[in-house]
Design a protein around this ligand. Structure first.
Ligand code: NAP
Length: 245
């Protein structure tokens, strides 16, 4: 971590029951840069990394977002949103190869996790960012949500929900700049990371390109350290590349 982020406010991670969210919270706690590190999950927190203060939230229940807003002891220097959904066979959710596979219910679930959850978290967290110093709001998006980068098609709901998320982040960045000129709102692509989300799709991944959650978390935090307010609104990959939205 460089001095850019040594602002000592709290860091808050939403989605710490997930692989990347947990790894991000663990790294932030080890870094010692933030006054406290908070890790939120929908389910009862288990296997909480040392130094992380667990909390429960459910984006479908805005009162839970108000509650965590009110619990933070100081304006957050960093807010990370690591929620997301690609597949859930138990609920009949799978990435669609064709428009023939589209199902309204499954699509709504994917948008709820990938687009609406981060949007509502932003609604409650962006106003808390400090106005007089650097602060970062970052969401985990995905390269496949880039419209400009889409050459393969497929995965309709996931791609569209992440594209919508990228648009929201751009909108939030524009709105945020007016009141918080030193703050950033960005979307991140973590690479292909070994997790529940990617498990069924890891076969074609080139050797060395399947990151551990901790490896990806390290890359993402380094990228965030290097971004400036001029970069706000963009979609950045794990290696710092700015991707087309
Ligand atoms: N892994 C990859 O290769 C990869 C690649 C590109 C982008 N990403 C993105 O990175 C992020 C993290 O993914 P991951 O690999 O760490 O996946 P993961 O281990 O499956 O974690 C997903 C997290 O999202 C939460 N979640 C799912 N649906 C939710 C909802 N409706 N409301 C609130 N929380 C919800 C889960 O909570 P529960 O435990 O309560 O379900 C869990 O904490 C996602 O946004 C994903 O799209 C991942």
């Amino acid at each position: 971590m460089d001095s850019n982020t040594a602002s000592l406010g709290p860091a808050v991670v939403f989605g710490t029951s997930g692989a990347i969210g947990r790894a991000l919270a663990a790294r932030l706690a080890i870094s010692g840069v933030y006054s406290s590190v908070w890790g939120g999950s929908r389910s009862e927190p288990v296997d909480v990394p040392p130094g992380v203060i667990p909390f429960r939230f459910d984006p479908a229940d805005e009162a839970s977002l108000s509650a965590i807003s009110a619990s933070l002891p100081a304006p957050p220097a960093l807010v990370l949103v690591a929620t997301g959904l690609l597949h859930d066979p138990a609920r009949g959710i799978a990435p669609e190869k064709s428009w023939k596979a589209l199902d309204g219910g499954a699509m709504a679930e994917v948008f709820a996790a990938n687009t609406i959850a981060p949007a509502l978290i932003a609604k409650h967290m962006l106003p808390l960012l400090p106005r007089d110093r650097r602060a970062v709001f970052a969401v985990l998006s995905a390269r496949v949500g880039s419209i400009g980068d889409n050459r393969l098609g497929g995965w309709h709901s996931y791609r569209a929900s992440k594209a919508a998320l990228n648009m929201l982040v751009r909108n939030f960045a524009i709105e945020l700049r007016r009141s918080h000129p030193q703050a950033l709102a960005v979307a991140l692509h973590p690479g292909t990371v070994d997790s529940r989300l990617s498990a069924p799709f890891q076969r074609g991944v080139a050797a060395g390109k399947l990151f551990s959650p901790d490896q990806s978390a390290g890359y993402l935090l380094s990228v965030l350290d290097r971004l400036t307010p001029e970069d706000s609104g963009g979609l950045y990959a794990w290696d710092g590349t700015c991707l087309p939205e």
